[in-house]
Design a protein around this ligand. Structure first.
Ligand SMILES: [Ca+2]
Length: 313
């Protein structure tokens, strides 16, 4: 089965690897990329998305989107994790192509409406573009095939606050709209991405298999790896964004639970994702009133990392 997708992204080191997978995997048809601020400014995200496709000798439409959160002020981009250029501050080749004139949200609306019921939205950055697309065309909830979100955390705790994962924290108001919109949605969060560790030997296989793109992936990985070593004490990286594509193509490697999602938009728990399992009663019904969604809570991490590596080797 082939999966036509729109990839919504803020590249970003782990985004870059996921983009390489979306470009390479025979069962993924990459219809376009939409960009957002997050790991980098949106103009840098757009530049990197275009460049990564060029390095793979592919011509893929890229539409630029959100430059800032819907409501809250923007935090500075995390240059200590992804580098100021989003790709580990390695020297990058020059770019030939340019972005679409359409906005990311309009691109999402047009692309899904052109093939109703067929297109999956895979979102691996802050969720402003998906929120904006929903506002432009609320009927997307019935026309998208599925929405796969890399973001959030249920049991694992957060990575930018004690309870919040970065993509959700970056725009909790957008995330609240997207995660409760009532479209078919699966959340691939830290509960599973932290169980996947891509080691230097996996990366060596990827570098060898990806030509010019492999050099960029390997160079940026080296920078990202230093951060992981310092912060988490592991020799390797969690390939967060690639896990969303692993779910798309190999859902059998994950355990999902169905229930209701809510997002804390303000206060100490800002950006926390709250999961109420289906049919579970609580002292008040308020956590169980949002539409049902699926969340990944378990994964065969070794198999996911092997899938990533084999796709790119
Ligand atoms: Ca990302």
């Amino acid at each position: 089965m082939t999966h036509p997708i729109i990839f919504d992204t803020d590249p970003g080191v782990d985004d870059a690897q996921a983009i390489a997978i979306a470009l390479a995997h025979p069962e993924i048809e990459l219809l376009g990329m939409t960009t957002t601020y997050g790991n980098v400014d949106v103009s840098t995200a757009t530049h990197n998305a275009l460049l990564l496709a060029e390095l793979a000798d592919k011509s893929i439409p890229v539409a630029q989107g959100a430059a800032a959160p819907l409501v809250k002020p923007r935090h500075p981009a995390p240059a200590h994790i992804h580098g100021a250029n989003g790709l580990g501050d390695i020297e990058l080749p020059s770019l030939q192509g340019q972005a679409e004139s359409r906005s990311a949200a309009q691109f999402i609306v047009d692309t899904i409406n052109a093939r109703p019921g067929e297109v999956s939205l895979v979102a691996v950055g802050p969720l402003g573009n998906l929120a904006a697309a929903l506002q432009l065309d609320p009927t997307l909830v019935d026309k998208v095939k599925q929405v796969v979100v890399m973001g959030g955390s249920i049991r694992e705790g957060g990575n930018v606050t004690p309870v919040a994962e970065a993509n959700i924290f970056n725009d909790p108001h957008a995330a609240a709209r997207v995660l409760t919109a009532g479209w078919p949605l699966v959340m691939v969060g830290l509960d599973v991405t932290h169980r996947c560790v891509l080691t230097p030997s996996h990366m060596a296989r990827i570098e060898a298999g990806q030509g010019k793109l492999g050099q960029v992936l390997a160079g940026s990985y080296a920078f990202y790896r230093a951060f992981y070593q310092e912060m988490l004490g592991i020799d390797g990286c969690c390939p967060h964004d690639s896990c969303a594509l692993a779910w798309l193509v190999k859902p059998e490697l994950f355990t999902t639970h169905r229930g209701h999602l809510n997002v804390a938009t303000e206060g100490e728990a800002e950006g926390q994702t709250i999961f109420a399992p289906e049919n579970r009663g609580y002292i008040e019904p308020r956590w169980s009133q949002t539409p049902l969604a699926d969340v990944c809570l378990g994964v065969d991490g070794d198999a996911v990392v092997e899938w990533i590596t084999a796709t790119l080797a």
